[in-house]
Design a protein around this ligand. Structure first.
Ligand code: ZN
Ligand code: ZN
Ligand code: ZN
Length: 177
């Protein structure tokens, strides 16, 4: 399976010290709690990241139905509103937002990585026959995590790769519960 677009793992890079505060885009004075995007942007500022209009747009595209989009799909969504934002800017921003812990990526199958807000992560079960995806809270993996730690000293990250298999409709009848 391909490891995605970079070949390396953006989120596994050590958290380097961030270069401190360059001037930040005008704060529109939104109170915390009013707008979830502004909350993520405050977190970004607190971690030393810059808030630019393309980042604000990008984060807006990741909310709601926007999770599980690839970098190219996100670029399309951003470019629908800001046609001058180049794909390379989207990649750069996604890398930087991951490094700052605001965004994470997940591999749902053979295709390119997809992105989530770090505050909205979960595990994924993906059907290899029909592509149906189930979002599964991380407690589903609790016993596996415990067993892996006990037997191998291994700490699993259930959010990074999907578990592939067959959904309830595609599973052979004798294996259905
Ligand atoms: Zn990855
Ligand atoms: Zn997801
Ligand atoms: Zn299926």
């Amino acid at each position: 399976m391909s490891l995605g677009r970079t070949g390396g793992e953006a989120q596994e890079r050590p958290l380097a010290a961030t270069t401190a505060g360059e001037p930040i885009a005008a704060d529109r004075g939104v109170l915390p709690g009013e707008d979830p995007v502004e909350e993520v942007l405050s977190l970004l500022r607190a971690r030393g990241g810059r808030v630019t209009s393309s980042r604000r747009l990008l984060l807006r595209c990741l909310f709601g139905d926007g999770a599980h989009r690839t970098a190219e799909e996100l670029a399309e969504a951003v470019q629908a509103q800001a046609p001058d934002v180049h794909l390379s800017t989207i990649y750069r921003n996604l890398d930087e937002l991951e490094r700052l812990g605001v965004v994470v990526h997940a591999h749902l199958g053979h295709g390119p990585a997809t992105y989530h807000l770090a505050s909205e992560t979960h595990g994924h079960l993906v059907c290899e026959s029909c592509g149906t995806m189930v979002e599964a809270s991380e407690d589903l993996f609790a016993s596996l995590a415990e067993e892996a730690r006990e037997r191998f000293g291994f700490v699993i990250d259930p959010r990074h790769f999907a578990v592939l298999g067959s959904c309830r409709h595609c599973a052979p009848p004798d294996s259905r519960v």
